[in-house]
Design a protein around this ligand. Structure first.
Ligand SMILES: *Cc1c(COP(=O)(O)O)cnc(C)c1O
Length: 365
């Protein structure tokens, strides 16, 4: 095996911008009585970047994959870690060894965690997830959830019931509101009554819950959030929600890719149009002959090309194949030549692919 890593494509990460955003969100949360978890899964938990969260005050890092949590431990991070995806039975030994807490929705799994924690002489923290309508993970039945909370509290010595939480805006695209998060708080109160003590964490969701904070409409009992996108790409709220959090910058990570061909070509394919490399049948508009640049980065590295945005005026993305990005540069004012590099802003889905691709060099500046 050799460790060849070409110069481009590069995922360039600004340490200063990540720290800035992490700090802005941390302070916004703290001001509202909320402890945020820094969610690092979006960029494959690159340890150097994850350490920046800890530098600005985050007490816990969250990730959905045990492999990434273990990678962070191996890089020397000793702070708290939370597993965000409901654990698989096969990863429970690692979960107990390397993570401090996890989100859960199945009593069998919680029992197994309890047994494993006993074996390892540890206490594992659990947030019970409630499904408030987004229809991904969580208890749907409040009565069942309350019974299980009592069961954990009474019979599981190696589990600490930290609290309850929810996830919204993932599968069902449901918006966090005073109403649904209010339900979460009401349930928390019921559980607290039943177990005779306060719950430490009422976890009210992710980046998509931040608008409620800005509008001062977050139910007071919510004291915990899990924030990733709003820090590391910080694009969804300004671009998709038209919500602007003062002080955030929206380009902490950018893609740099190299041009491998520049030619003037027709804009309408020639011959019988059949299917593209992914089995789709796209449509093409004939705009005559235009100058285009072919870049050495493709869907394997970025996923869907609509999730990246050229930073230069006059550069427009036409399409991509696994290995190439095809751009129209007819309107670009300067001079571009083969070997030049173009920069792109990235949305969260592109960051997922770029950070996970072996063929993309990651550079922190
Ligand atoms: C990924 C994830 C988050 C963080 O979501 P962002 O939109 O990146 O803030 C929070 N909670 C759970 C359960 C997640 O899987």
């Amino acid at each position: 095996m050799n460790n060849y890593q070409g110069e481009y494509p590069v995922l360039e990460i600004s340490a200063e911008k990540i720290k800035n955003n992490a700090k802005v969100i941390y302070e916004l949360c703290k001001k509202n009585g909320i402890e945020p978890v820094g969610v690092v899964k979006g960029y494959s938990a690159i340890p150097e970047v994850s350490k920046l969260f800890l530098e600005v005050g985050y007490k816990t890092l969250g990730d959905s994959r045990m492999k990434e949590i273990i990678k962070l431990r191996m890089s020397g991070i000793n702070e708290k870690m939370m597993l965000l995806r409901i654990p698989m039975h096969c990863e429970i030994p690692e979960l107990v060894r390397y993570a401090d807490s996890s989100l859960n929705s199945e009593i069998e799994t919680i029992q197994l965690i309890n047994e494993e924690a006993k074996k390892q002489k540890k206490i594992h923290g659990i947030i019970m997830m409630m499904d408030l309508g987004d229809l991904r993970e969580g208890y749907f039945d409040e009565k069942e959830a309350t019974e299980i909370a009592k069961e954990i509290e009474k019979n599981m010595n190696n589990i600490e019931l930290l609290g309850i939480g929810t996830n919204l805006g993932c599968y069902g695209s449901i918006k966090p509101t005073e109403d649904n998060l209010g339900q979460l708080c009401a349930l928390a109160e019921k559980i607290e009554e039943q177990i005779g003590r306060k719950l430490e964490m009422i976890s009210g969701g992710a980046t998509s819950s931040l608008p409620l904070l800005l509008e001062n409409r977050m139910p007071k009992k919510v004291n915990h959030l899990r924030i990733g996108e709003g820090i590391v790409t910080a694009k969804d709220l300004p671009e998709l929600w038209d919500v602007h959090i003062p002080g955030l910058v929206s380009d902490p990570m950018i893609l740099k890719a190299q041009i491998v061909e520049i030619k003037k070509k027709p804009t309408y394919p020639i011959g019988e149009i059949f299917i593209d490399a992914f089995g789709n049948k796209p449509t093409y508009t004939d705009k005559g002959s235009r100058k285009r640049a072919l870049l050495a980065v493709g869907s394997k590295d970025i996923g869907d090309y609509s999730k990246i945005i050229p930073k230069s005026e006059g550069v427009e993305i036409l399409g991509s194949s696994s290995d190439h990005l095809i751009t129209d540069i007819e309107g670009y004012e300067g001079v571009l030549k083969v070997g030049d590099m173009l920069e792109f802003d990235i949305f969260y889905p592109a960051m997922l692919y770029l950070s996970g691709s072996d063929c993309v060099r990651k550079v922190m500046i």
